[in-house]
Design a protein around this ligand. Structure first.
Ligand code: PEP
Ligand code: MG
Length: 325
């Protein structure tokens, strides 16, 4: 099977009825970048910038960060690299900055944390901007956004950092494209407001599923209730793609649903502009999508959106794939 998958390296992803699908890679370490390039990812859809922070014994300084980010950006020169700002919280904490909370999923996480620590946010943004000089492929993604004001504050800090870095380095740096992660359900009802502020959207379906279903993604007692096939999750995603496109904004998905064959088919059918996944899933997703005509995927989606049970949806999709070979 590994050999069979090897033939899917370094090629485009095209459905049997001729529709190209854009696959990006999710990264954190350099190995993900190397594998992503090797497997023909067309960009980085999610660089989890907290990963290098988690592997250190103290906050990395600005220059240390610049070097790390430069490596990520330069391996994908001429292709988009979406760097997410620090996404930590009590469930993803740093060895040198412990956050203890009873209700970590609803607590001090992602942008909530960095806006309370603008010095951490700004040093990260400055390092990203410096790393992008001459490459111009940097995109910035804001995690765990709940409200418009958070985005306004982040943009204020970003513009300020951009002006500072241009002044210090005496170069003109293009303003990176900025995107919002859709992880908190409140965003479903604020797409129009946010579209006025940002360039793109990216769905973090891991967290969006947790918050839509009120199921802790790390609690084994309720793990059975956490399902990507839940009708509300699928209908929310379908709504989001329509809404984003109605507002003329690209929308990607970078949660695990993009890297799972059954759900990747649905994501393609919904019309996501980009599916971004772990490097270990790229080849099997390319293989799956190379065998599923977009027209079939659309009729599957049409049927699935009418169904009311997660297990039925799941087995229905699995069945289709088995039939497909
Ligand atoms: C997500 O929530 O789907 C996501 C991609 O972010 P993370 O898994 O890093 O929380
Ligand atoms: Mg998340």
């Amino acid at each position: 099977a590994a050999k069979d998958l090897k033939s899917y390296e370094n090629r485009e992803t095209i459905t049997p009825d001729g529709h190209p699908v854009t696959l990006y890679v999710n990264t954190g370490l350099m190995i993900d970048v190397v594998r992503g390039v090797q497997r023909g990812a067309q960009g980085v859809g999610l660089y989890r910038s907290e990963i290098p922070f988690m592997l250190r014994e103290r906050f990395p300084g600005e220059e240390e960060q610049r070097i790390i980010y430069r490596q990520q950006l330069s391996h994908f020169a001429n292709k988009p690299v979406v760097m997410r700002t620090l996404d930590i919280g009590a469930d993803k904490d740093l060895p040198y900055f412990s956050i203890k909370e009873e209700n970590s999923a609803l607590g001090w996480r992602g942008i909530r944390f960095t806006l309370d620590h603008p010095e951490i946010f700004s040093s990260q943004i400055r390092a990203m901007l410096k790393a992008s000089i001459g490459l111009n492929n940097l995109h910035i993604l804001l995690p765990m956004v709940t409200s418009v004001t958070e985005v306004e504050e982040a943009l204020y800090l970003l513009y300020r950092s951009l002006a500072e870095v241009q002044e210090e380095e005496q170069v003109k740096i293009a303003m990176p494209k900025v995107g919002v992660m859709i992880e908190v359900p409140s965003i479903l009802l604020q797409m129009r407001d946010l579209a006025e502020l940002v360039d793109f959207f990216s769905v973090g379906s891991n967290d969006l599923t947790q918050y839509l279903l009120a199921v802790d993604r790390n609690n084994p007692r309720v793990a059975g209730l956490y399902s990507s096939y839940h009708p509300a999750v699928l209908r929310a995603l379908n709504f989001l793609v329509r809404e984003a496109h109605h507002l003329n904004k690209p929308i990607s998905i970078c949660g695990e649903m993009a890297g799972e064959p059954t759900t990747a088919i649905l994501m393609m059918a919904m019309g996501f502009n980009v599916l971004s996944m772990s490097s270990s899933n790229i080849l099997r997703i390319r293989k799956t999508l190379s065998h599923v005509p977009l027209a079939d995927a659309k009729s599957l989606l049409h049927e699935v959106l009418k169904m009311d049970s997660a297990p039925v949806i799941k087995s229905w999709l699995e069945h289709y794939l088995i039939k497909q070979g």
